[in-house]
Design a protein around this ligand. Sequence first.
Ligand SMILES: Nc1ncnc2c1ncn2[C@@H]1O[C@H](COP(=O)(O)OP(=O)(O)OP(=O)(O)O)[C@@H](O)[C@H]1O
Ligand SMILES: [Mg+2]
Length: 375
Amino acid sequence: MSENGITTAGGAHGGSGEALRPHAEVAFAHELAALAAADDRPRPERWRLSPWAVATYLLGGTLADGTVITPKYVGPRRIVEVAVTTLATDRALLLLGVPGTAKTWMSEHLAAAVSGDSTLLVQGTAGTPEEAIRYGWNYARLLAQGPSVDALVPGPVMRAMAQGMTARVEELTRIPADVQDTLITLLSEKTLPIPELGQEVQAVHGFNLIATANDRDRGVNDLSSALRRRFNTVVLPLPATPEDEVDIVARRVAQIGSSLRLPPAPQGMEEIRRVVTVFRELRDGVTTDGRTKLKSPSGTLSTAEAISVVTSGLALATHFGDGVLRPGDVAAGILGAVVRDPAADRVVWQEYLETVVRERDGWKDFYRACREVGA
Ligand SMILES: Nc1ncnc2c1ncn2[C@@H]1O[C@H](COP(=O)(O)OP(=O)(O)OP(=O)(O)O)[C@@H](O)[C@H]1O
Ligand SMILES: [Mg+2]
């Protein structure tokens, strides 16, 4: 790393282990190395691991030498198998789902496991230009020398094509339709022409692309059917059971907490269960016992938001409490996540608070904490 803190992009080669959020291939380098050593199944050309080992990396397991691989994705095994297999074909992978269903998370870990580098990334926005997907120019060189290979600045997708790696495009449907179209030729012809130089870059074996798109954003820039046909779509579901969701939240909070240097909070499970219960009940519009119908608030109340409510609660407990996660530490966060629209959502919350929370056994402290922060 240089004095100004700039490192070369490129995952395992560049990312520092001290980074606030290291890339997946750095954070889980030991697991990836152990998997590569144990993996004797055939690997597609330029893949770091076999498809089986990539799936094991994502779903977790114990290797013959005793190395424990932590689960990254909690969900149906088949989904992971289909996603990994797609990457070994000539079709690209589209991860679709409501917000907070681990689309970005899975995309990063897939790229880390398959190519050892999750940083060949295009972040899709309404302002993403074609150059972000193809290539740009170093203007000083361009002016001095005219168009040349030296003056060309390849984008992440172009680099992935040339090196046989996994490229990632985040939030595909936010990208304007004409820019999306750039991907159509690229994915069907597997070449990227450079008319200025009369040259082209041909994708080599190992290249593929993972895109993510959010269900709720549909309509911003719908995917053209031509582009959609270039992708195998995998829909990531919300966690099937409360236990799954509690497991995901607990795992991620422990990981994030340790990177924020927060002490572990083994006694926090009760509050994690509570946050997940509240989120699921409001999301589903019915209490867990199926007895009371509820109105749903306008926010998404995703697993990702549950993770951040608990993480903030843990920070509160650490800095202003005795380090034990209590109802008062999560109440404000829950209220903030539920009440997005101050008028309508507040009514929904009040009704839930008075009809469900207040009557539930063992929830008195939580009821009181909620009244304190938001009555
Ligand atoms: N099924 C799951 N397994 C493991 N982690 C999960 C799961 N669902 C959600 N998460 C966690 O939720 C967090 C948010 O996920 P991520 O940012 O990937 O969501 P997303 O689907 O990309 O959302 P958005 O549509 O808002 O971009 C991650 O920290 C991830 O670990
Ligand atoms: Mg995302």
